[in-house]
Every structure is written in C-alpha cells, then in structure tokens.
Design a protein around this ligand. Structure first.
Ligand code: FES
Length: 577
C-alpha cells in the first residue's frame, strides 16, 4: 500500500497549520525553496560523510549532486546532511573508536529532522557499518550509496594494491631490498583516484556485504568510484529512495537472519576482511538477529573463497568489476545463498542477480576451482581466547595452521615499537609474537595493529610470516598468520594478559584451538597477581566509550545502543513543539 502524503513523517513538520510549521516553511523559503518544491513530497536526508580529509570520499561532493538529481526527478525533496567522516588513514588513534559515534549521529540526524527516508553515503571502512547501524536503529526507509573502489595503483608498470603493497614494500625497504626513491614511487602511485581501498579490504568487504544484505542497488558496490556508471548509480539510488518511502520499505522489512547469512557467505567467498565479523555482528544485533562467531565459523567450513582478490589472491577491485563484479560472484554461490531475501529494489536477491555473468573465471572462480576450498576465516577458542579469536587461514603461510612456539610478549604498542627491531631481542621464526593492551578498552578503540611487525633481523634473513597474536583488529588489506580479536581482551583481564615471555603457545586451525601450554595453577597464580590498568580516558566521548563499549565477540557496540528487536528504540520520534 502506497503511503499518502499526509502519512509522511515530514508532514508533521511541513503539512500541518500551526506556528511551528510556519517556522519550518518560512525557513525553507529562506533557503530558496518555494512550497511546491517540498509540499506533500518525501523529504530525503542524504547523509554525506564527505570531508576534505577523507580521500576515499573525495568524489562525494559531486556524487551528492547526482543523488539529489535522482531525488528531484522522482518527486522527492533532498536535504543533504553532513556527518562525521571516519577517514581511515588520518583519524587517530583509530576510526573504530568513532564507529559508534557516527552510528549515533546518523540515528539522531534522522530522528531529529523531518526525514522520511535516507541515502547513506559511505564506503571508507567504518563509515559503512556506522551509517547502517544508525539507519537500522531508526528504521526509516534507507538505501546505501557505496563510495566505490579507487582505480588500481601503479608502480613501475605493476599494479599496486591498497594496504597489501604498502606492507609488502615497507618490509622490502626495511630489509634493504628497495631504495628510498623506489619507496617514494610507491607512495605516489598507490592511490591515484577517488574511492576507497581497492583490495578486498574492509571497505570493499563491507560495501559488498551491505549490497548482499539488500541495502544497495544491485551491482552498486563493485563499480569503481571514477567510473561514469558510478555516477549513474548515484542518480538511480536517489530515484529509488523516493519510491521506497511511498512503499514504506524499511530495513526491518529487509534484514533477517537469512540476509545476514547471505552477507557472511558472500564475505567468505570474497576472502573478505576479518573486520567484517565485528561489524556484521554489531549490525545484526541492531536488527534483532543473533549473529555470532559460531555462525561465521560454521559458514566458513562450507564456503569456498572464489574471488581471486588481494590480499588473499592476485587481482584488485577494478579487475573484479570487469569480471562481472559481485552480482556475478553471487551467481556462482547458488545454493549457498537464500535468494528469496528482499532488497531495496523491492525484488529478491535472486531476481537482482538474474542474468549476471562471469567474464573472467580466473578473477571470479567457479566453485569447482576455488582459490581456497574452505576456511576463508576461522574462529579459534581455547584457554587463551575463551570467548573466541579469529584468523584468516587463506592469507597466511600454511605451516602456521598447526604450530607451537615460545611467546615473545609486548605489554603494549609502545613497548613493541621500542623493542621489536632490537638486535638483542630473543626471537626466531618459530617464536609467537604477542601484543597485549590492543583491544576495545586497552588500546583503546581496538586499532588495526594486529599485523604485528616481523623483527627486522628476521626480515633480513628472509622471514616474511610468523605467528602473531593480539586483541587488536587487522586491516583487511593485511595478510599473515595473525590471530586477532582475542576475547576477552587483556585490558579487562582476559588470559592474553597472563602470557609471559617463553610460554609455549599452540595453534591448531583445523581443530579451531588456541592455547597457552601453561599449568592451570600457574595461570591462577598470575591471575591473582593481575591488577586492572588505569582507564585510558578521563573526560569527554572517551569516557562514554570506555563505560559502554562491549567486547569483539558481540560486535563492539555500546550496550545502550543495542536493539532487542528490529524496531525504533523506545521514545521513537520526537514531539514537534
Ligand atoms: Fe578509506 Fe582504505 S583508507 S577505505
């Protein structure tokens, strides 16, 4: 049933005849809009995370105009609302500290202004989950506009991948294999267009996941940012949201346990970022879906990695788009997906991908020739991570799938930075590097420190992978035998806090175990001696964060923002006085 104009939420601001609505109308007139521009039309909030300091969104100034064009054409009234831009390369200590703040901002913008529906403009890592989390909680019709990946990097005739090649060439520089001048060439060529990172890092993983969830136009997430088809998609996104408002098609009509399973399956098939685990769990819990680590692990056991994309594989997002993109990949997954799930297009996921084809079967592999047959991600538990830890077996040297070695422990990031390259550090390629105090509370903000550096003296011997363990996250563009998200984190007294130099650590990916081989009595003795560290913040948002942040296994949302069911929180809309 189509809504009537007087049923629009914005009618309460614009459509009634009282003193307040006079104010709303006269102030809209002040901005140059006659009544006919908005009367009886859906007001569409375009939440734009553009910023001068976010290179991944540098095209959003232009794209927002294309979105607005679509909204006008479809008979809506676009209202651009700038929101905090979480710029992965620049924001310290980590954008993850601010994901929930942007989620709150998105929700409150939608709640406090006369929005009937919204377009969410994001893409750089945490912007995607943050905007979607806020929109889920507000539950107005919402459509996501993914920023799109940047073009391939270029260096001496070779393609460069965001992040992955940064770590690779940094290691080569530290090992003395390339010059400062080479390194500068990498710097100048690795990011050469607007758009988010173009490896299968967190940005590409999350925008793809959101497409599979049904919250973007079909095919939107794979289009490179500078491609004219991206601009066309922006206009079509603007058009579509207006109809979604009339149809009253909301996130709660789209998001189900089935759509989240689809998103997880797609992330696994893409060889996606471990960060998506935290974000998808947080998004699902906002939607009232109990997605957990065990579900990720179960789906990982049956889902092959079929996207041959860095960091696990060879190609970049531009190649992926030319090979058919996400729609083509989904056609390969077939019975692993529930194709009956609804999407913003008002059609099912299955209908959306009908007719999609693979144009390069080395980039998008058939299931009969996967990049990795199973275990794109694995969830480990054991006495070192009672509530879980994650690892990406597809992006590490296989010899570490089962390994035992002595711990080399750093009690925080500063300690690691000070000692990791010390020639006197007692470490071999079989050692297990452990970083404590890098979790949600400990760092704080659970930064992407999890790809712990390999000691320089081992790099010079040719070592390029080691077993590394932390309660941090890892950039989705990273690779290596890195156990991440160890939960509970060391800062709150998790067993990781109790590891000491020389303790034997054992990992068995097949058995999904991670343990420290220390006598229980000794662990108990260390626990008795452990004292909680001082909180890292004493004022401002940081205090709110520390008081309410939850652990990685439940998505690091704030406790007071979780939604029991997929409904607007108690209180709903504000009164308009
Ligand atoms: Fe923005 Fe990687 S820096 S997505």
């Amino acid at each position: 049933m189509r809504k009537k104009p007087e049923e629009l939420r914005s009618h309460r601001w614009y459509g009634v005849n009282d003193l307040r609505s006079f104010g709303h109308r006269s102030r809209t007139a002040q901005m140059g809009y006659p009544r006919s521009d908005y009367a009886g039309k859906p007001v569409i909030a375009v939440i734009n995370t553009w910023s001068d300091i976010n290179p991944c969104h540098s095209h959003f100034k232009q794209r927002v105009e294309e979105v607005k064009r679509g909204i006008w054409q479809a008979g809506g009234f676009p209202v651009e609302m700038p929101a905090m831009s979480l710029s992965e390369p620049f924001q310290k200590p980590t954008t993850m500290l601010y994901r929930n703040l942007l989620a709150m901002e998105c929700e409150e913008l939608l709640r406090s202004y006369p929005a009937d529906g919204c377009v969410l403009m994001g893409g750089c890592d945490k912007t995607t989950p943050a905007l979607v989390m806020g929109a889920i909680s507000m539950d107005l019709p919402a459509i996501f506009l993914p920023a799109g990946p940047m073009l391939r990097g270029d260096y001496k005739g070779q393609y460069l991948g965001s992040g992955s090649d940064t770590w690779k060439y940094w290691a080569e520089l530290r090992a003395g294999n390339i010059s400062e001048s080479d390194w500068q060439d990498v710097e100048e060529g690795i990011a050469r267009s607007p758009g988010h990172c173009m490896t299968m890092g967190t940005a590409s993983t999350m925008t793809s996941a959101v497409e599979v969830l049904g919250l973007t136009l079909s095919g939107a997430a794979s289009i490179p940012a500078p491609d004219s088809r991206h601009a066309q998609m922006a206009t079509l996104t603007g058009k579509r949201i207006v109809d979604m408002v009339w149809e009253d098609l909301k996130p709660s009509d789209i998001l189900t346990a089935g759509s989240f399973d689809n998103a997880v399956t797609a992330v696994l098939a893409l060889g996606g970022s471990t960060n998506s685990i935290v974000h998808l769990i947080a998004m699902a819990r906002r939607a009232g879906v109990d997605l957990n680590l065990a579900r990720f692990d179960a789906l990982a056991r049956e889902t092959p990695v079929i996207a041959n994309l860095r960091p696990a594989g060879k190609y970049l997002m531009e190649d992926f788009f030319y090979a058919g993109g996400l729609r083509a990949l989904l056609t390969q997954l077939g019975d692993l997906l529930d194709l009956d799930q609804r999407t913003v297009t008002a059609r099912t996921l299955g209908a959306n991908i009908e007719g999609a084809r693979v144009f390069n079967d080395d980039v998008i592999r058939p299931r009969s020739n996967p990049l990795v047959a199973e275990d794109g991600l694995a969830v480990l538990t054991g006495n070192l991570a009672p509530a879980g830890a994650v690892i990406k077996p597809a992006a590490m040297e296989p010899r570490f799938h089962k390994h035992r070695g002595p711990a080399v422990v750093f009690h925080d990031y500063a300690d690691m930075a000070a000692r990791i390259d010390d020639p006197a550090l007692v470490v071999t390629q079989d050692s297990v590097i452990v970083l404590q105090s890098a979790g949600p509370q400990g760092a704080p903000g659970m930064p992407e420190w999890g790809q712990l550096p390999i000691p320089q003296k081992l790099l010079k011997e040719g070592v390029r992978d080691m077993l590394r363990i932390s309660d941090a996250r890892m950039s989705g563009t990273s690779y290596g035998a890195c156990v991440l998200h160890v939960t509970p984190e060391s800062h709150v007294g998790g067993p990781l806090a109790l590891v000491r130099d020389g303790d034997l650590i054992e990992i068995d990916v097949q058995a999904r175990r991670i343990d420290m081989l220390v006598e229980p009595q000794e662990i108990a003795r260390r626990r008795d001696a452990w004292r909680p560290p001082q909180p890292k913040f004493t004022r401002g948002y940081g205090v709110l964060y520390l008081n309410h942040i939850q652990q990685a296994d439940t998505g690091c949302d704030f406790d007071f923002l979780e939604t029991e069911k997929a409904q607007p929180p108690a209180g709903g809309d504000p009164e308009i006085h």
